[in-house]
Design a protein around this ligand. Structure first.
Ligand code: PEP
Ligand code: MG
Length: 626
């Protein structure tokens, strides 16, 4: 049987008289196969439960429509008071959910999401924007929340920074939570559909979409999985499902329409492949039997950690290349573990510092880093020290405006200029090293003195910790090669450190004098320019001559059209976005290191990017990939 994604197949005359199996293809979100009874959780059902007075969150009123402004001064005050009650109720609600979660076996990530939600509730921009809508645009509280949240979420989505982009979902989740408290008012019997509806044993929830709160409130003894129309494998819902161990499928387009009328009927969902079978046939049930049993066993053992074993990546002729992940959060790190990455090749620590009013304490940093390191303790986690400056501003670190910030106080220059901040981070990193295999890496290095100063601060931090009674393991110390002069003196720098990681995102912009953020010059941003190929080769050679390893963590490492060249140039590790890991592995498995070296040799003789590209697109193993 075959079906395209979202296209149901099977014999449906009317849903209430279904005789055959209906198959839908969605996106696998959390592994495991379950068979249960359909329970539809749709907007109508939610509204029955919570009786909202306003349209659903998604139905956004337009800011400049010509609605009559409502609200006198008194009305405004009462609306502000209503808002304040709902915000406080939301805060209590989130804290209670955190307490309940603490009693369940989870990965800890759920609590992290909720902690972020508490920060959103305290965010003066978020609350200020809602109040502005009430006060100045005479919106009622419900509309004000929707308008403010949507405006901020869209602004975040427009940003380059992936982490900040993903914060849009937090804003929307919190807004939904506040709305639910506005809608039901104090003293209402229940707070959301998931707690109001009773779920019988063996329930598979079918919904258009589910927020984190819905999922966290599913009674684990009765709800065994869920399927949604919307969502992606990296949405909060999917992350939570993996953490809480609910096999689930998201993005199953058409599921709610198809399931309507089938409430209580049988449904099979395969969270490994994304297949959903409504009214599964005896043949399907039989063929899925062993996997259903296996999932049930895993659930009963409470084995919610879905970390897969590290996967070795070798070329067709047996040369091992490490494929590590670039991560910025606990979520990313868990996904990396789940795809069997050979470690974390770049942990960007800026994310611990942005979006707050003051520097995280050493303990806060230690906890966050230790949590990430503990995910794959036996595989290496390369923690990059704070790479602020340039386009990454941190309001509480004194940075007077610079005419050309990308050429200003960035990366290691900034941390060396603020040794107290740097030391606190280094101490946190050294302490986190007790939880796994850690390496520290300095960004934007241009001179040997910078490396020596940074290393001496590492030594000081280590001594301080030892004196304070901490056990501090030895860790590898490395640098990013992302400034042209560093590549040119790679042989000198190689004597000072344990490894290099080539940051092509910056190296390209500095070598070619092309701002990486300026769309007007983006055609000139050419990672395959012969100058880059030569600098990479020079860096790799210098590293190997000094007996240290060399990786690449810029975006070029994840570009499959460049993989054969990079293998041929001799890189030991490619650190890429989690979503690219599988593709890169597949490409590498078809490469022969001998022909890759030959390809690299020829690329080094090219006189232009066009020539390099032409060579790369000529036949090699990469040509069979999109
Ligand atoms: C790079 O410059 O290639 C890199 C990985 O660092 P970032 O993108 O964080 O500047
Ligand atoms: Mg960089």
């Amino acid at each position: 049987m075959s079906s395209r994604r979202g296209t149901p197949t099977g014999s449906i005359c009317s849903n209430s008289a279904v005789t055959g199996e209906i198959r839908l293809q969605g996106i696998p979100a959390a592994p495991g196969v379950v068979v249960g009874r359909i329970r539809i959780l749709c907007k109508a059902r939610m509204s029955e439960a919570v009786q909202p007075r306003r349209p659903a969150y998604g139905n956004l009123p337009r800011v400049n429509d010509n609605r009559e402004a409502h609200g006198t001064g008194e009305g405004v005050n009462s609306a502000l008071a209503t808002l304040s009650d709902a915000v406080e109720a939301t805060r209590t609600d989130i804290k209670q959910t955190m307490e309940r979660l603490a009693q369940r076996t989870t990965t800890g990530e759920e609590a992290e999401i909720l902690a972020t939600h508490l920060l959103v509730l305290d965010d003066p921009e978020f609350i200020g924007h809602i109040k502005h809508e009430i006060r100045d645009n005479k919106r009622d509280p419900h509309e004000a929340v929707v308008i403010a949240a949507e405006a901020i979420a869209r602004e975040l989505e427009a940003l380059e920074d992936e982490y900040l982009k993903a914060r849009a979902q937090d804003i929307r989740d919190v807004a939904e939570r506040v709305l639910s408290h506005l809608d039901i008012g104090p003293g209402a019997p229940c707070q959301d559909a998931a707690t109001c509806l009773d779920f019988g044993p063996g329930t598979v929830v079918v919904a258009e979409d589910l927020g984190p709160y819905d999922i966290m409130r599913f009674p684990p003894e009765n709800v065994i999985g869920f399927v949604t129309e919307k969502g992606s494998a990296t949405s909060h819902s999917a992350i939570l499902a993996r953490g809480l161990g609910f096999p689930s499928v998201v993005g199953a387009v058409g599921i709610t329409a198809v399931a309507t009328g089938l409430e209580g009927k049988s449904i099979l969902l395969d969270g490994d492949t994304g297949v959903v079978l409504l009214n599964p046939s005896p043949v399907s049930l039989e063929s899925y039997g062993p996997r259903i049993e296996e999932s049930a066993k895993r659930r009963s053992q409470g084995s919610l950690h879905l970390q897969s074993r590290e996967r070795r990546v070798v070329t067709a002729d047996g040369v091992t290349i490490e494929i590590a992940a670039n991560v910025g959060s606990m979520q990313d790190a868990k996904l990396a573990a789940q795809v069997g990455a050979n470690g974390i090749g770049l942990l960007r620590t800026e994310l611990l510092f942005v979006g707050r009013d003051s520097e995280p304490t050493e303990d806060e940093q230690y906890e966050a880093l230790a949590n990430i390191v503990s995910i794959m303790p036996e595989r290496r986690t390369v923690i990059r020290t704070l790479d602020a400056g340039g386009d990454k501003k941190i309001p509480y670190i004194d940075l007077s405006p610079e005419g050309n910030p990308f050429l200003g106080t960035r990366g290691i220059r900034l941390t060396l200029a603020h040794p107290a901040i740097f030391k606190r981070q280094l101490r946190a990193i050294l302490r986190a090293a007790c939880h796994g295999r850690v390496a520290v890496m300095f960004p934007m290095v241009a001179t040997v003195e910078e490396v020596r100063q940074a290393k001496s601060l590492v030594r000081e931090a280590r001594e301080e910790l030892r004196r304070a009674g901490f056990k501090v393991p030895d860790i590898e110390v490395g640098i990013m090669i992302e400034v042209p002069c560093a590549a040119l003196i790679a042989d000198i720098l190689a004597r000072e450190v344990d490894f290099f990681s080539i940051g092509t995102n910056d190296l390209v912009q500095y070598v070619l004098a092309v701002d990486r953020l300026n769309p007007r010059v983006s055609p000139m941003y050419q990672p395959l320019h012969p100058a880059l190929v030569r600098l990479i080769q020079r860096t790799v050679e210098a590293a190997h001559e000094a007996g240290i390893w060399v990786g690449m963590c810029g975006e070029m490492a994840g570009d499959i059209s460049a993989t054969e060249l990079l293998v041929g140039l001799g890189l030991d590790e490619l650190s890429v976005a989690v979503s690219s890991i599988e593709n890169i592995r597949e490409v590498i498995s078809k490469i022969s290191s001998g022909s890759a070296r030959e390809l690299a040799r020829r690329c080094l003789q090219c006189s232009s990017e066009t020539e390099v590209r032409a060579l790369l697109s000529r036949g090699g193993p990469c040509s069979s990939f999109p």
